[in-house]
Design a binder for this molecule. Structure first.
Ligand code: ADP
Ligand code: GLC
Length: 485
């Protein structure tokens, strides 16, 4: 790194492997790492949840944080992620030291003090990015991710000597909406509670604040950047996003190609690469055994790893499953989320013992084995800002079946005579999230699977694709440079 490289404070509410509920965690660890490899001094700011503090026993005291009226006093600790990215953690027992998850309690109810919890994250980010920072390291850009960091651009807007801010949308469906009195409680100037500010249909929206005040907005795929400028995927923000379209860029996420490499993945029964795809079968056997399925090399095995929510089209998968299993085919489901979907998955797996395995929970190791052991991966999301699993599965020679939306449309090439001929076919797409449309893609996939030569070609096309972070990191760096210039 040169003596004065560009400095970026990356603000996020999760980062793998310390705390993870979804893809934001993967991106928050991998993107700063990739930025550092191209000479950007990227550092991370994260709330000090118990899981984070426990994983960082050697974290060092950095500074006290107080004087935020309405918010409890806190301390900043310094540490590093396992991939070497420098990290600041906000230690504040009153707001973060508790059981449950980062956003919700064990009953999946939002924490009632989320406005304070993520108000503090945003406020600390803004403090570190302005002239009053207690640290000697001063960022050139503050890069905020999702609603939890959305107030930082607003605080920065009103601060002295503030760095420019960038807001990245990972999912517009989550907007951080709180009652109007939160504006004053969080120390924002009352005048910013207007449509030309943080107000959103009579409430405070953290995400709206970020989208309004940030100097630049990015989202995690080019197609999603277009989709969110219109209904329905704009989720109410389409007007603002369309007005700001000149400052809105879609940059496709990469994947961590060290963690997600079938040749070295420690979670597999047997490692393999594109030249030794025959060894993939050992993972299918292991997955079938582990999930209580009949061990059968020939039957097509579908895999799902997902949050169980409406976004992901899990309901449509469940509706189609009885027909799919009759083909015959097998399926494994790994995920957690809405209670009704979890229960429906378990009920179905009891009715179809030996053909359908469901595991409700979060299991990193099993998610890797599913990517390797399944023959194909199901991901019919209703919307998908980027999506990571469809990229993991292509890298693992497990062609994905996806809905043509967002990052899925940008990272999967639908199999057709033309795409087989030009060597780009890497998966299968449905055009609607309905059982009928998904069934069409399933039938095309199973027909291709039965034709071994075609199947090998599709697998190898996917495995040959470059999903590394290098190109995307360079695009982020180019925007940072424009903001600083
Ligand atoms: P989203 O962030 O919307 O949930 P992504 O596809 O971007 O979707 O990222 C999801 C990430 O979370 C992937 O790394 C996926 O493997 C992981 N994941 C989701 N559910 C589980 C689970 N139940 N167990 C293990 N990993 C999971
Ligand atoms: C969100 C999106 C997902 C994306 C991830 C990381 O959780 O739902 O599509 O891949 O963020 O950007």
């Amino acid at each position: 790194m040169t003596s004065r490289s560009l400095r970026v404070l990356f603000v996020s509410s999760e980062a793998a492997p310390l705390i993870k509920t979804g893809g934001l965690a993967d991106v928050s660890a991998a993107l700063p790492g990739a930025l550092r490899r191209i000479g950007v001094d990227a550092r991370l700011l994260l709330p000090g949840y118990p899981q984070v503090l426990a994983a960082l026993p050697h974290a060092r005291y950095a500074t006290d944080l107080h004087g935020f009226n309405g918010l409890p006093p806190a301390r900043l600790l310094a540490a590093e992620l396992p991939n070497g990215v420098p990290l600041w953690v906000i230690e504040c027992a009153e707001l973060y030291q508790r059981g449950g998850g980062p956003y919700q309690d064990d009953a999946r109810l939002d924490w009632p003090d989320n406005a304070q919890r993520f108000g503090l994250l945003s406020r600390v980010a803004a403090l570190l990015g302005c002239a009053d920072t207690p640290l000697s390291w001063h960022p050139d850009v503050v890069h905020c991710n999702d609603w939890q960091a959305g107030l930082a651009p607003a605080y920065l807007h009103f601060a002295r000597g503030a760095a420019p801010s960038m807001m990245t949308i990972h999912n517009l469906a989550f907007q951080g909406i709180f009652p109007p009195h939160s504006v004053q409680a969080l120390g924002l100037p009352p005048a910013c509670f207007s449509p030309e500010g943080v107000e959103y249909y009579g409430n405070l929206s953290f995400l709206k604040a970020g989208l309004f005040y940030a100097h630049h907005i990015t989202t995690v795929s080019p197609t999603y950047a277009q989709e969110i400028q219109h209904e329905p995927l704009g989720f109410g923000m389409q007007g603002l996003l369309a007005v700001r379209h000149d400052q809105l860029t879609g940059i496709l996420n990469g994947i961590d190609s060290v963690d997600w490499n079938p040749a070295t993945d420690p979670h597999l029964a047997r490692n393999y690469d594109a030249a030794s795809l025959g060894k993939k079968a050992a993972n299918k056997r292991e997955l079938q055994k582990r999930m209580g399925l009949a061990v059968d090399e020939e039957v097509p095995l579908f895999g799902v790893v997902s949050r169980f929510t409406y976004q992901k089209g899990i309901d449509v998968i469940l509706e189609l499953l009885p027909r799919l299993l009759e083909m015959p085919a097998q399926c494994v489901l790994l995920g957690s989320g809405e209670a009704a979907l979890q229960q429906a998955a378990l009920d179905l797996s009891h009715r179809h013992r030996g053909m359908l395995g469901a595991y409700i929970g979060f299991d990193e190791a099993l998610s890797h084995l599913i990517e390797a052991g399944a023959d194909m991966f199901l991901m019919p999301s209703r919307f998908e800002p980027c999506g990571l699993n469809q990229m993991y599965s292509q890298r693992y020679g497990t062609p994905p079946l996806v809905h043509a939306t967002g990052g899925l449309a940008d990272s999967v090439v639908d199999c057709s005579a033309a795409t087989l001929a030009d060597g780009t076919a890497s998966g299968f797409m449905c055009t609607e999230v309905t059982p009928a449309s998904l069934w069409g893609a399933v039938q095309r996939a199973v027909a291709a699977y039965r034709d071994r030569k075609t199947w090998r070609a599709i697998q190898k096309n996917g495995m040959a694709k470059d999903f590394g972070w290098e190109k995307s990191a360079a695009e982020y760096a180019a925007i940072y440079r424009r903001l600083v210039a």
